[in-house]
Design a protein around this ligand. Structure first.
Ligand code: GLU
Length: 469
């Protein structure tokens, strides 16, 4: 039997990191089993779907390593509507489903104030199909439904607690629960690996598989992804869009490594490992079923490690989108003609060891390309205390006299200027840094001054001196 798994997102919003995690798990499982990964876009909720979300899913998958052409599909659920209706009809014809014209209020009036599920009123009324009549599945009164789940063992559900659920609406359109099963059936899916949120649907879906006479798949419900307050990640509250992380400058490699650690870890106390190790070692039955904490701080730290592991040329290339701007990344504060690739290449290795996400490259290097630095006023106030004017004037005089303009000489010169005033190098650096870069933190100062050059450094120091009383 060839293993066939599927990833079945609904294109109703930005692509969620939890979805990316499930997609990767499916992808690896298929690869390990010599199986097939199917992509199915569940687009039957016409009111909430947008084609651009579908495109977003495809490109996000591509980014994370699930490349177009490497899987079967994408299929679109809406194209299978005929099959969904036919299955509903078959269930009705076999006596496994019946029409029902009860409203929620009707049921509530019969069962008391709380709606606790459908009461089976129409089960034996023999209603024909008709406008406004929903089709309900006749769940067995007895017995249990045992779900074989690679992550959760064998969750067992009592059939008598499962209401006669709706499988097609009053207008005849099949609901998600049925469409999803029929698609899995027609696509020959053998393993359904999906998020825990769907577990409550599973006994109902398994009953549908049984009623339609096909052996149900093996399930694997992977843990819900939560924030630091143990709340399920939500797009209203948390940063969940894979694209947002991409645009902030997370590397795909770091992201997918981190996503695979949600509920699982490779052997030997390691977390940052080559993708091939994850592909080898990942086991669905080792996934911890408890909620998985999406720790953004940890992801940042991961990303910093991945950035540092790049070759300098790769790092320079990876920074390009932030140095120019793209459709989704804001342009930098300098004009394209102000950018100097050579100066950038000179400071790139210094930046590479310091930034955790690639977008941070911009505030670290903007002083090199702008005619005047962007002065952060809070930084200015902090650095330009008493004595700053005198120090800047002395630094200008000493730097002007330098025979060679290099980091070493600049450093020893400023050290001497500071010492004459009883200042340690750190203190002496602060006004110089703010005058030249506009900020209190950034790349190593003297290397920065070397790359910026004599003229521009001196003119910025003089301009700052003039601004001070
Ligand atoms: N379309 C469903 C979702 O995006 C997935 C259902 C499934 O994986 O079975 O939540």
């Amino acid at each position: 039997m060839t293993v066939r798994v599927r990833f079945a997102p609904s294109p109703t919003g930005m692509f969620h990191v939890g979805g990316a995690r499930s997609a990767l798990q499916n992808w690896i499982y298929a690869k390990q089993q010599g199986g097939v990964f199917v992509l199915r876009i569940e687009d039957t909720d016409a009111a909430r779907n947008k084609p651009e979300w579908t495109e977003g899913i495809l490109s996000a998958l591509d980014w994370i390593g699930i490349e177009r052409g490497g899987y079967e599909g994408p299929y679109f659920q809406s194209q299978n509507a005929g099959e969904h209706r036919a299955a509903a009809q078959r269930l009705h014809d076999a006596g496994r489903a019946y029409f029902c014209d009860c409203t929620r209020e009707d049921v509530q009036a019969r069962t008391g104030s709380q709606y606790t599920g459908y009461d089976g009123f129409c089960r034996d009324r023999g209603l024909e199909a008709g406008e406004g009549r929903a089709l309900r599945f006749r769940t067995p009164d007895e017995g249990v439904t045992v779900v074989v789940d690679l992550v959760r063992g064998e969750p067992t559900f009592e059939n008598k607690l499962i209401e006669d659920f709706v499988i097609a609406r009053g207008d005849g359109s099949p609901v998600f629960l049925l469409a999803n099963v029929v698609d899995d059936m027609t696509m020959g899916i053998t393993h359904v690996i999906r998020a825990e949120e769907h577990l409550p649907n599973t006994p109902k879906q398994q009953l549908l598989w049984d009623a339609l006479g096909v052996k149900p798949p093996i399930w694997a419900h992977v843990p819900v992804v939560v924030n630091e307050k143990r709340q399920k990640l939500s797009k209203r509250r948390d940063k969940v869009a894979l694209e947002a992380y991409k645009d902030e400058g997370y590397l795909a490699g770091a992201m997918r490594n981190y996503l695979m650690l949600l509920g699982w870890a490779p052997s030997g106390d390691r977390e940052i490992v080559p993708w091939s190790v994850i592909e080898d070692e990942f086991r669905l039955d080792e996934v911890n079923p408890s909620p998985a904490f999406f720790d953004e701080k940890k992801l940042r730290a991961f990303n910093g490690e991945y950035i540092r592991a790049l070759g300098v040329d790769e790092f320079v290339a990876a920074c390009q989108p932030w140095l120019t701007g793209t459709d989704t990344i804001a342009p930098p504060p300098w004009q394209p003609e102000e950018f100097d690739a050579e100066a950038f290449a000179a400071v790139a290795p210094l930046a590479q060891t310091r930034i955790a996400v690639l977008s941070e490259i911009v505030p670290n290097v903007d002083f090199l390309f702008l005619a005047a630095p962007l002065i952060d006023e809070a930084a200015w106030a902090k650095a330009m205390k008493e004595g700053a004017a005198d120090l800047l004037a002395a630094a200008v005089a000493a730097f002007e006299a330098l025979a060679t303009w290099d980091a070493e000489s600049l450093k020893s010169t400023l050290e001497a200027v500071g010492a004459e005033r009883g200042l340690k190098l750190g203190k002496a650096q602060a006004p110089v840094r703010v005058a030249v870069t506009g900020r209190t933190v950034g790349l190593p100062l003297f290397e920065s001054l070397e790359v910026l050059g004599r003229e521009r450094t001196l003119s910025r120091l003089r301009a700052a001196r003039v601004r001070l009383p």
